[in-house]
Design a protein around this ligand. Structure first.
Ligand SMILES: Nc1ncnc2c1ncn2[C@@H]1O[C@H](COP(=O)(O)OP(=O)(O)OP(=O)(O)O)[C@@H](O)[C@H]1O
Length: 373
């Protein structure tokens, strides 16, 4: 059990017209925890949210909200009886109600004076004091989403469900609104399930992330663990850019151009993919911050291009593996000369600059090549 205010989904399966879209799905969200469902389009995220909301009849499994069973097959409580708030991307504000009417929509049972006080308090918390009598069409997209959040939180729901709540907003507005949303959720200690296809958004919002693939959870854990210890190639690639090489495990380790990585249980002879994050590549001379593990290798590399991306710089390099040493260092690894390196801050070497690049082996992931299905 998740305790009084949590959310628990057990053994959920769901099919549309006989086509399964959610399988073996189980997830517990602790009271006050923010969990993000993250995955590519069509992997079943919205279906999970609709099942929790009661907008879709449950076909198999069980849903418990705040210690109360709200869904089993054939016994679904209606959405309004579940005590959950929604902020869905396509669930706009009610155009025929002013802002006070929208925020107060879920407060029908509240006495008039208390209701007005609650509306004012919620609008103040989303920095929209003074908009009580405005109409939805008079507000910007960001303001409308903040009203939607205030509307969902006003009745103090047992849990809140957010489906791509910020994806309609432009980049700068999106970070401001989601920052505000996170502070609201955390200060109210609201149990929240958030759907997104954007790994950065999930890492920003979530206490834990559940990465989904084809209707199943592929990995669930703290954002830092998902990013730094991905359980599969799919998760590693979905969470962020990687340099990828093919290799074959040797007795002494997993060959890469930088030298061998530890075996970590991989059997010699196994064909593997080695995935290396751009920030795992360390450039001598660039400010790199603290590197906890000693980098391996220090190969000469030539700069193909460099670009400032804001807080980091993105450098394309061609590794200059010495043909006389290549066999030893590369072992069974396939030659791969074009690498992406991410460097904190501004580091923009000119095209043709010679650098030395080494590898932080903790941010290199080795996965056996999946057998063709
Ligand atoms: N009402 C429906 N009837 C039939 N198929 C549906 C229905 N709703 C969703 N699907 C299909 O079920 C699968 C999962 O959809 P779902 O919307 O849950 O995924 P998602 O991960 O939220 O994707 P997106 O981010 O694109 O919304 C998709 O293949 C989708 O086309």
């Amino acid at each position: 059990m998740t305790g009084p205010a949590g959310l628990e989904l057990t053994d959920i399966h769901h099919a549309y017209d006989g086509t399964p879209v959610v399988r073996d799905f189980a997830l517990a969200v602790a009271p006050g925890e923010v969990v993000c469902l993250l995955g590519p389009s069509g992997c079943g995220k919205t279906t999970i949210l609709r099942l929790v909301a009661g907008l879709e009849p449950l076909q198999r499994g069980r849903i418990v909200i705040a210690g109360r069973v709200v869904g089993t097959p054939g016994r679904d409580l209606p959405p309004e009886a579940r005590g959950v708030g929604f902020v869905f991307q396509d669930m706009a504000l009610f155009p025929h109600l002013d802002i006070a009417g929208n925020v107060g929509f879920g407060l029908r049972k509240t006495a008039a004076g208390d209701k007005r006080a609650r509306i004012d308090a919620m609008l103040s918390r989303v920095h929209l004091d003074g908009y009580v009598h405005a109409w939805p069409h008079q507000l910007s997209g960001g303001q409308q989403q903040r009203v939607a959040l205030a509307r969902a939180l006003a009745p103090s729901p047992r849990a809140i469900l957010l489906d791509e709540p910020f994806s309609g907003l432009d980049t700068r507005l999106r970070s401001a609104v989601r920052d505000e949303a996170l502070h609201l959720l955390k200060s109210d200690k609201v149990t929240a399930l958030v759907v997104t296809h954007d790994p950065e958004e999930a890492m920003f919002m979530a206490d834990r992330i559940a990465v989904m693939r084809a209707g199943r959870i592929e990995q669930v854990g703290a954002p830092a663990d998902i990013y730094t210890q991905p359980a599969s190639e799919f998760v590693a690639e979905f969470m962020g850019e990687v340099n990828r090489i093919d290799s074959v495990v040797r007795d002494v380790g997993v060959p890469t151009p930088f030298g061998p990585l530890p075996l970590n249980g991989h059997a010699p002879g196994t064909a593997v993919h080695v995935l290396i994050r751009p920030e795992a590549l360390k450039v001598a001379g660039a400010e790199q911050g603290i590197v906890a593990a000693a980098p391996i290798g220090a190969l000469p590399a030539r700069v193909l291009a460099s670009r400032l991306l804001g807080r980091t710089s993105w450098v394309h390099v061609c590794l200059q593996t010495d043909p006389t040493h290549r066999h030893d260092s590369l072992g069974g690894a396939e030659e791969h000369s074009h690498w992406h390196v991410r460097v904190p801050g501004q580091f923009l070497p000119a095209e043709g600059t010679e650098l030395r690049v080494s590898l932080d082996p903790r941010q290199a992931f080795v996965f056996p090549v999946a057998a063709p299905t």
